[in-house]
Design a protein around this ligand. Structure first.
Ligand code: ATP
Length: 515
């Protein structure tokens, strides 16, 4: 655990030192759970957003984009259920005065049981080798069965209590399991209370006429209220989707995990409108399509898992998370929800406007069902950044810090380095840069010894370093160094564009998602 904590601290300090992420308004000591993306972070974040947008919008003829505003008519949030039900259960520890989410305390407890089961399974798989049958072991080994059944019954009971609004039972469960304050070990808990996560604000100049508004806690509602506008103006036929990326705001109870849980964050959401009765087919389709998108980045299949929800939100008839193995364990990265016709029906009711689709094949009107995919851009950033950060021991006994980002997402694709600052080498290097920057985000660096410049680009995640030396003057070739292998090749300047393009193009990476 200590090792994991160190790793996470490294991630945070690397993000700051190399210009990826800074605490917000740091000169005033920061603002809790709010962060700024710096010169390299903003590029990485943009590339993740583009990678998502391309796969969702550009590659699907029946999905279009939208950019709805953050401020919406306040009735939106009444209709969506957020005013009444967008709550998290909070609990305070009376001794430490620390505040926690009651459901997260229980989920963390359940996860420990899961890890115990996993440990047993792993030991057995080493013992039995190739003949090991995981599914059989999970259903026959008494110890594993006990861990898993205890975990399942805890999660089921919590799901039911939260669903029924029985907060006393959530507290009872915490006491029965003897869950202690993770920081102090105290078991002296208050009652569990509900806490609404929406940020309020006001519209209007005078106090009397000002209107109470909310900063949107999710981007999805901007899509629902525009459903008919987009369908009609785009002549969309069901099934079709509307995709959007943008800021969302939640007054999170506990936000101590860097950009994993922020109070201002960005979502990438897609609402897919389908014929009622076909939602489960599309739910399964989007579960596997979205997982494949994540896998295409090559961060390792073992780092992802599905978690089917026991505790369904008020709008859903099926829901699963894609969880990622963050530096602090498996946690939600993306949600895939079958939201039924809850939202469109609610907006019809509250607005008095029809939000139905006329199906020309069936010759009738209906309210479509919705399958949603919703991924946090900042959580994506953390998953990619933390997994890519490596300390490598080199053959000469030294170590290097390298950010092995999927090259398609790297902020800078190549750095141009003149070997020395004289003999005309900087001019040639700048000319190469001027040609390549039409196609790629490039960096130019002539300071320090070339070895140090390589290390600096490694730490920034730049896939290629291109070095201009005296031979370049004679034969128009340069060396190109590959970040991950540190291998250097001598290539013609004229071939650089194709070499880089081959490695970093979204097409070649996204094609892995369509396998
Ligand atoms: P959690 O259970 O972790 O609070 P959630 O189930 O409330 O998340 P959703 O409402 O399904 O999250 O939001 C969709 C996605 O938005 C999440 O999968 C996550 O990636 C992202 N997200 C949600 N809340 C935050 C936050 N406070 N900071 C950063 N990303 C967030």
């Amino acid at each position: 655990m200590a090792k994991q904590e160190d790793l996470f601290k490294n991630v945070i300090s690397h993000a700051k030192e190399y210009g990826f992420i800074f605490p917000s308004s740091e000169i005033y000591d920061g603002l809790s759970a709010v962060y700024d993306y710096a010169q390299n972070g903003v590029e990485l974040k943009k590339n993740i957003r583009d990678y998502w947008w391309k796969s969702m919008v550009q590659m699907h003829e029946n999905i279009v984009g939208l950019d709805a505003s953050i401020l919406m008519h306040p009735t939106t949030w009444k209709a969506s259920g957020h005013v009444d039900a967008f709550n998290d259960p909070l609990i305070d520890n009376k001794d430490s005065k620390k505040r926690y989410r009651a459901d997260v305390l229980i989920e963390d407890y359940a996860e420990k049981l899961n890890q115990k089961a996993e440990k047993e399974i792993e030991k057995a798989s080493v013992r039995f080798g190739e003949s090991f049958n995981r599914a059989e072991y999970e259903t026959t080994n008494p110890r594993v069965m006990e861990y898993l059944s205890k975990r399942n019954s805890i999660l089921a009971r919590m799901g039911k209590s939260l669903g029924d609004g029985d907060l006393a039972d959530v507290k009872a469960l915490i006491e029965e399991l003897e869950i202690a304050d993770p920081e102090t070990g105290s078991k002296n808990w208050t009652e569990v209370k509900q806490f609404n996560l929406m940020f309020g604000t006001k519209l209007g100049a005078s106090a009397e006429s000002a209107m109470d508004l909310y900063l949107r806690p999710e981007t999805a509602q901007g899509i629902f209220v525009n459903f008919l506008n987009v369908q009609k103006s785009g002549r969309m036929k069901i099934p079709f989707g509307i995709a959007q990326t943008g800021k969302a705001f939640r007054n999170e109870i506990v936000a101590r995990q860097f950009i994993f849980r922020m109070r201002e964050f960005e979502q990438m959401e897609m609402q897919f409108f389908v014929k009622p009765g076909e939602e489960m087919k599309w739910y399964e389709y989007w579960k596997s399509t979205r997982l494949n998108w994540h896998l295409s980045l090559g961060l390792g299949e073992k780092n992802y898992r599905f978690h089917d929800h026991d505790k369904l939100a008020h709008y859903a008839n099926a829901a699963a998370d894609i969880e990622f193995n963050f530096p602090f364990g498996f946690k939600e990265l993306e949600g895939i929800h079958s939201r039924t016709d809850f939202d469109l029906k609610a907006h019809e009711e509250f607005s008095g406007k029809k939000l139905q689709y006329f199906d020309t094949e069936e010759n009738k009107n209906y309210t479509p069902y919705v399958v949603e995919t919703s991924v946090g851009l900042d959580r994506m950033f953390l998953s990619v950044f933390a997994t890519s950060l490596k300390e490598e021991a080199l053959e000469d006994g030294s170590t290097r810090t390298v950010l092995k980002l999927p090259s398609v997402l790297a902020p800078t694709k190549a750095a141009i380095l003149p070997l020395v600052k004289k003999d005309g080498l900087p001019d040639i290097a700048k000319q190469i840069m001027a040609d390549l920057k039409w196609d790629f985000n490039m960096a130019y660096d002539e300071k320090d010894a070339v070895g140090r410049r390589y290390r600096r680009q490694d730490a920034l995640g730049t896939p290629f370093c291109i070095t201009v030396d005296h031979q370049t003057i004679e034969d128009q070739t340069v060396t190109i160094r590959h970040r991950d292998t540190m291998k250097q090749d001598r290539v013609a300047i004229a071939d650089l564009r194709d070499i880089i393009e081959n490695e970093v193009s979204m097409k070649s990476w996204l094609m892995k998602a369509n396998k």
